[in-house]
Write a protein that binds this ligand. Structure first.
Ligand code: CP
Ligand code: NVA
Length: 620
């Protein structure tokens, strides 16, 4: 994968990942050959030092079973296991502490520090980092073997904020003051969960999860259960896999089981487009297991299928539908609407729109269907495709939409994900077009969070020329991959400015959205503080162009991202945007599912081209 690429290619391929993971936390369970082979040790130390230097928080939890067994042998102690779990009597516990905490931990710390990192060695007893209780394995007492009850995250965060790499030996302390030997895999999963880590890595001596000798690149819970039941995943891999799903359930985004016997395997996994080993996720990701047969016409998850002319075609179709409400191009068609998050506009505009077009909307809230919990996205996509002509879905993780699209055989429309909200932006540009305000090269200024709505604006800048400015405080930037793709299209100027006044200067549109999006409620206070001064007020509007239009996707928090005065002021087109969700989505639905005469589309297309020609061209 990297063989035929230049050093520049490698760095450029890594750039969006570096941006995406800056400030995020990775927990690494270090073990196996990577811990015992000198070359692999060096490569590991370099990898974690590099990750730390580029702004990723690294926490290492290490094993050391071999060293414990070796010392037991030297001391003439018997080593006993039950189902792969070390039986830990008082003498063995002493050995565990001497080995893991005493030598192994310090060896790792020295190694990293020699490579320029700033590692700090700790056991789970220091600062009561791992509070543990006795662990009974299937009801069997294995001695001083514990399980994590709670993690002192404040202590770890303090070390991370100080630029250190905590290296943790998995020995915990109980409320009774007793020491406990904790399985390192389980300790790493507990620590990753408590820290809400972005990623948890298990370094192993195999390529990843192998089933019948074949590497499984992505493993989901349903499949994992099946493989464990069939004995295809067994031994030490079982607790790794089970604790991975527990960690994901508790907020860790992804778990990677990687081959620690390959030098720089962590870097390859993180910074290349291909990745290595097995990734464990809640549900399957895009492009895996896509069934090539039954490939359907088109999904609308983002703007990748839209062109500038296609955009105008939709505008004209929306105009036409407004003028001819008697058209029923969706007669006999049913569309399933899935909502994992709340909604007013999206739900009502789709439901009413489908009904107005003669179709049948079937609204499914997530409590009803349990997408990804009660049932896998694969099964939901398959079943809904048997009853319906299309699926509209609002989800947290964008990858869930990609899975529905991959496995369903009917078109899927994105009704908002954590990453993108394309239907909203379609309504917004249609509103500008209606107000005769849409011009190539116009200055659109989004004041607020680099969130899903901002990302969709940036994506649009890849197909429609504009000067897009995101006025956001540092740390609230848009998705780097979306940004890079739009910049690469080379038709728009895209800037991020952390001063709201400078950002708003000369704006043709001032746009905003809530500072705390759905799913981020825990961050509300932090966000209120960070966005202070980023309110669209009359004062800020004075810096924009005199005819500037004010936009908001709604719902709004008056007094936070926008003042009441501006929201209902003469320059606001906010409620037109809301209404246009209905009209433009009807056009979208017709273009995907409707029986519209092709000559009609042709006519719109010609009109669209003519319309463009008559508009002033302002260079981006
Ligand atoms: N703008 C928007 O998507 O609104 P809802 O969240 O109410 O659907
Ligand atoms: N960014 C907001 C948009 C709501 C329509 C959210 O995701 O909550």
């Amino acid at each position: 994968m990297l063989k035929n690429t230049t050093k520049e290619d490698i760095l450029i391929e890594a750039l969006p990942y570096i941006q995406r993971y800056e400030g995020k936390t990775f927990v690494i369970k270090y073990g196996g050959a990577a811990m015992t082979d000198t070359d692999l040790q060096e490569s590991f130390a370099k990898d974690v030092t590099l990750l730390k230097k580029i702004g990723i928080n690294i926490v290492i939890v290490h094993g050391g079973g071999k060293a414990i067994t070796d010392l037991s042998g030297k001391l003439g102690l018997e080593t006993r296991f039950h189902d792969g779990q070390r039986i830990t009597d008082a003498e063995t516990l002493l050995n565990v502490v001497m080995t893991l905490v005493g030598t192994t931990n310090k060896d790792i710390v020295r190694l990293i520090n020699r490579n320029g990192g700033s590692a700090v060695g700790l056991s789970g007893m220091d600062g009561e980092l791992l509070q543990a209780k006795k662990f009974l394995y299937n009801g069997i007492d294995l001695g001083f073997v514990g399980e994590v009850e709670s993690v002192n995250t404040k202590f770890i965060e303090l070390l991370l904020s100080n630029g250190s790499i905590p290296v943790i030996a998995p020995v915990g302390v109980g409320a009774d003051g007793e020491m406990y030997n904790i399985n390192a895999d389980l300790a790493a999963a507990s620590i990753a969960s408590a820290l809400n880590a972005e990623k948890l890595f298990y370094m192993t001596d195999t390529e990843g999860i192998l089933i019948d000798g074949e590497l499984i690149p992505t493993l989901t819970n349903g499949k994992a259960k099946q493989y464990i039941a069939e004995g295809l995943i067994s031994g030490g891999m079982v607790p790794k896999v089970q604790s991975s799903f527990d960690a994901i359930e508790q907020g860790v985004k992804k778990v990677h089981i990687i081959n620690g016997t390959v030098t720089h395997s962590i870097l390859l996994e993180i910074f290349t487009n291909v990745g290595v080993g097995t990734q464990i996720i809640k549900s399957e990701k895009l492009k895996q297991n896509i069934e090539k047969k039954n490939k359907k016409e088109q999904d609308f998850l983002d703007f990748s299928t839209l062109t500038k002319y296609g955009l105008y075609e939709l505008f004209h179709l929306a105009d036409k539908l407004k003028k001819t409400p008697e058209l029923r191009p969706l007669t006999g068609k049913s569309i399933a609407l899935i909502f994992q998050k709340p909604s007013l506009r999206t739900r009502i505009s789709f439901e009413v729109g489908i009904a107005q077009l003669g179709g049948i909307p079937i609204v499914l809230n997530n409590e009803t269907i349990g997408l990804g919990t009660r049932e896998s996205s694969y099964d939901v996509a398959k079943v809904l495709s048997r009853y319906n002509d299309g699926i509209v879905a609002r989800v947290f993780e964008h990858s869930l939409l990609e899975e529905l699209a991959a496995h369903g055989t009917v078109p899927v429309i994105n009704a908002l994900s954590d990453l993108l909200h394309p239907c909203q932006i379609l309504a917004d540009v249609y509103t500008l077009y209606e107000h005769n305000a849409l011009r190539p090269g116009m200055k659109i200024v989004f004041i607020g969070d680099g969130n899903n709505v901002a990302n969709s604006w940036i994506e649009l800048a890849g197909i429609f020329p504009m000067h897009f400015v995101l006025g956001a405080p540092k740390g609230f930037q848009p998705d780097p991959v979306v940004m890079q793709k739009s910049l690469a299209a080379g038709i728009s100027k895209i800037e991020i400015i952390d001063d709201p006044v400078k950002a708003a200067n000369g704006a043709d549109v001032l746009y905003t959205d809530v500072w705390t999006s759905m799913g981020q409620e825990d961050e509300k206070q932090k966000r209120l503080a960070a966005f202070k001064g980023f309110t669209i007020s009359k004062k800020l509007l004075d810096h924009a162009s005199p005819n500037c239009l004010v936009m908001h996707c709604l719902p709004a928090h008056r007094g936070e991202e926008i003042t009441d005065e501006v929201m209902i002021g003469s320059q606001s087109v906010i409620f037109d945007q809301a209404e246009n969700r209905l009209h433009i989505q009807k056009a979208l639905l017709c273009s995907l599912f409707g029986s519209i005469d092709s000559s009609m589309i042709q006519k719109f297309s010609i009109e669209a081209k003519n319309y463009e020609k008559t508009k002033a061209t302002v260079s981006a």
